[in-house]
Design a binder for this molecule. Structure first.
Ligand SMILES: [Fe+2]
Ligand SMILES: [Fe+2]
Length: 300
């Protein structure tokens, strides 16, 4: 055993006592309940948003960005629901609600808040596109959400690293970060993320995507969602860290039966080199709405 490696049983305590990570904002908890509800009724989404003025303002601001092609016409939550669709508004709301939880410096990893958030958004965007390519466009918002939160385990582990004055070396890029976590701590961010997802009451498919995104071959069901998130993670690293697909030989072999090869991954990189706000809008935009570039608005 490497000196300092923690026994597995410590992980549960570590994840459940990570300060302000222990609880999610109330509105996000309510949105999680809606994410589990396949019907995703408009009145339920509106009811949750009506109770959070700041979130509603952010959702309306994003809805009015020209990325959706409805600039200046969305004045109320109801209009957003009609024009963009219930699932897109729910995804936008969840993403904006997760900003204060996720956009933070990971000092134990040496990653600043914008870099971590950009990785989450790039992964989310690609996961949404891949899910569409796999023939399930109705699940692209779900894949976007899974891609957004796939590395939340790093938030829990960072608290532990920072509290104990530890740093993962080398801190960046994220490539093979889970191996370095295992060497240092005895477990990795997929273990921690799955526990955090359980504590937070995430929908089961989301929790599975978090647990298996570095080993999708092990997931017992719903392989498409985990695969979409794995590809999202790889493409985000290609876009942000200039890695080539050949860095993941095992994953490339696994992806071959789905018709996803190195060239396909390189093409996907082009779709994530966008402003974060455009990334979010493009991934949640319902089919049929034009997507036009505009002055970015900020998600905060
Ligand atoms: Fe990861
Ligand atoms: Fe990742």
């Amino acid at each position: 055993m490497v000196e300092g490696v923690l026994p597995q049983y410590v992980l549960r305590d570590l994840v459940s006592t990570t300060g302000d990570l222990a609880a999610l904002p109330t509105t996000v908890v309510r949105l999680l309940d809606l994410l589990k509800d396949q019907t995703c009724a408009a009145d339920k989404v509106a009811h949750v948003l009506d109770q959070d003025g700041a979130m509603t303002a952010n959702v309306l601001k994003l809805s009015n960005s020209a990325f959706y092609g409805v600039r200046g016409t969305v004045g109320t939550t109801r209009q957003a629901l009609v024009l963009l669709g219930n699932r897109a508004v729910l995804t936008l709301a969840f993403a904006t609600g997760m900003v204060p939880v996720m956009r933070r410096n990971l000092t134990g990893y040496g990653i600043d808040r914008d870099r971590y958030w950009q990785h989450a958004l790039s992964s989310a965007m690609t996961a949404g596109v891949v899910m569409s390519d796999l023939g399930a466009p109705e699940r692209s918002c779900e894949a976007f959400t899974a891609g957004l939160v796939h590395d939340i385990g790093m938030l829990a582990l960072d608290s532990h690293l920072a509290t104990n004055g530890m740093k993962l070396v080398p801190a960046f890029p994220l490539f093979n970060v889970n191996e370095r976590e295992r060497e240092t701590l005895g477990f990795d961010h997929t273990d921690a993320g799955a526990l955090l997802a359980e504590n937070w009451g995430f929908p089961a498919p989301l929790a599975a995507a978090i647990r298996y995104h570095h080993r999708p071959w092990a997931v017992p069901h719903d392989k498409d969602l985990v695969l979409a998130v794995m590809v999202g993670d790889m493409v985000a690293q290609m876009a942000d860290d200039h890695l080539q697909p050949e860095a993941w030989p095992e994953e490339l072999d696994y992806l071959a039966p789905w018709g996803i090869d190195a060239d396909h991954l390189r093409q996907l990189v082009d779709s994530v080199t966008l402003a974060p706000e455009e990334t979010l809008a493009r991934a949640t935009r319902p089919a049929g709405l034009p997507c036009q570039p505009s002055t970015p608005v900020s998600i905060s």
